[in-house]
Write a protein that binds this ligand. Structure first.
Ligand code: GLN
Length: 456
């Protein structure tokens, strides 16, 4: 813990931690020492971790990287962080992220973006750690913590993991409790671990997840010993390669990475099978209707009354001006765009054309996966991202779709509620990490982690 705290103090340039909690960390570390001395060694005993700012942590500022939550200090602990503390984890502080987890580069954060510790060859252009869990990815990759929590609504664990050479798993929807996690799009949001290895991911996921009566979508399904399932034996497993993920204009090195991944799994005894997920091309448009729709509803609670920031009012201002000014000042541009898109697609007259249609598409995407799993496929291998980490400021702000295209390989998994993991499997020509994604059957994270273990 002391080594991590001192590394964090020397790494301000990465802007990974937005709130440091050294007193809490040292106290928890002492308590962990006492537990160990008493012969009680839970799975995460004494392990220093970072917590994404989206998790409510009792008595510790939790702002979801938004100005609108300025000064908000929760009175309660999220279930995931409380599970981690029970398992002995030590909290080093809160990690940077895109505002309300909306983004793929960490550039929408009210704290300014976190920075990727990796560089392109000798070029010192600062690169994005990805998003929205960019602070988590940067902190794990730079050895500021042993692991971190992330959340993933459309790829926010897997894409930053791929950009930083770390491992990130989004479990099956319902595996981790959403209680105390600031809501973005409730039917898609899931928490998960971001770690240095597949084994660490197995240990941390087990500590984080489990049934929680406080979240009505939390599944009452037993949590297996994920670590014990890491045998590396994948003989006879059927790995599907979906042809729709072979995008036009895909960089040759991503294609090569994917081919290398297939070869590795085949060498380990798996059978490689070509499959089709025909509705893949509709996933991104469906996601960017459903996610903003849910976000516009979830974000209605930030009204200047109940939480955080309230605008200064002028004489004559009424309650409408209070809402308007508070939300205009408190929300950044991307969040405002999502609220507007979401409100539009849910409005009378457009609801059927956009929101309902997107829900139907979502059902078809899920059915594509159900069909291939029913046909005996155990896991699906795809690239995690369409490129390596890009430079900060390199995406054109005036064209948000450019940024949204980052999620092309990851959003299907959230729409279908499936588990997905990103594993670092290579470097590009400039020495930047690249990741492959494995998608598994619902509730079979153990199997998925074991396949990822064979790929690592
Ligand atoms: N980049 C996607 C978005 O901006 C996904 C974000 C996430 O998974 N939280 O919506």
């Amino acid at each position: 813990t002391e080594a991590c705290l001192s590394a964090i103090d020397k790494a301000d340039a990465l802007n990974a931690f937005v709130h440091k909690t050294p007193e809490i960390a040292l106290e928890q570390a002492k308590a962990a020492d006492a537990r160990l001395a008493a012969g009680d060694a839970p799975s995460m005993c004494g392990l220093p971790v970072g917590i994404k700012d989206l998790f409510c942590t009792k008595g510790v500022p939790s702002q979801a990287a938004s100005r609108i939550l300025e000064g908000f200090t929760p009175e309660y602990e999220s279930t995931v962080t409380s599970n981690l503390f029970e398992a002995g984890s030590v909290m080093l502080g809160k990690l940077n992220m895109d505002e309300f987890a909306m983004g793929s580069s960490n550039e929408t954060s009210c704290y300014g973006n976190a920075v990727n510790p990796w560089r392109r060859g000798n070029d010192d252009t600062a690169l994005t750690p990805g998003g929205s869990s960019g602070g988590s990815a940067s902190a794990v990759a730079a050895d500021l913590c042993l692991a971190a929590t992330g959340t993933d609504t459309g790829g926010s664990i897997r894409q930053p993991a791929a950009f930083t050479g770390t491992v990130g798993i989004k479990p099956t929807y319902g595996r981790c409790s959403r209680w105390g996690v600031v809501a973005f799009a409730s039917s898609l949001d899931q928490a998960g671990p971001m770690t240095k290895s597949v084994r660490d991911a197995a240990i941390m996921l087990e500590a984080m997840c489990g049934h929680d009566a406080k979240d009505s979508t939390s599944a009452d399904i037993p949590v297996p010993d994920f670590e014990a399932m890491l045998t590396g034996d994948i003989k006879g497993k059927k790995i599907g390669i979906p042809k729709e993920y072979r995008m036009d204009g895909m960089p040759a090195e991503i294609d090569q990475l994917w081919a290398d991944g297939r070869a590795m799994l085949k060498d380990a005894g798996a059978e490689i099978v070509d499959i089709s997920l025909p509705h893949t091309k509709y996933a991104l448009p469906a996601y960017y209707v459903i996610a903003p729709a849910e976000a516009s509803s979830n974000l209605a609670r930030y009204d200047g009354v109940r939480y955080g920031h309230r605008a200064m009012l002028e004489a004559g201002d009424g309650i409408n001006e209070m809402y308007e000014k508070t939300r205009a000042e408190g929300f950044g541009h991307e969040v405002q765009r999502r609220v507007m898109v979401g409100t539009y697609v849910l409005s009378a007259g457009f609801y059927d054309a956009y929101y309902n249609r997107a829900r139907k598409v979502r059902a078809l995407i899920k059915k594509d996966f159900d069909d291939v799993f029913a046909a005996g496929i155990d896991a699906i291998l795809t690239p995690a991202t369409p490129s390596a980490a890009f430079g900060l400021g390199e995406m054109n702000e005036a064209d948000p779709v450019q940024m949204y295209l980052n999620d092309v390989f990851t959003v299907t998994v959230n729409l279908a509620g499936l588990p997905g993991i990103s594993v670092p499997t290579g470097l590009d020509q400039q020495g930047l990490p690249l990741g492959l994604q494995l998608i598994g059957r619902p509730w079979e994270e153990g199997d998925l982690l074991n396949t990822a273990y064979a790929l690592e």
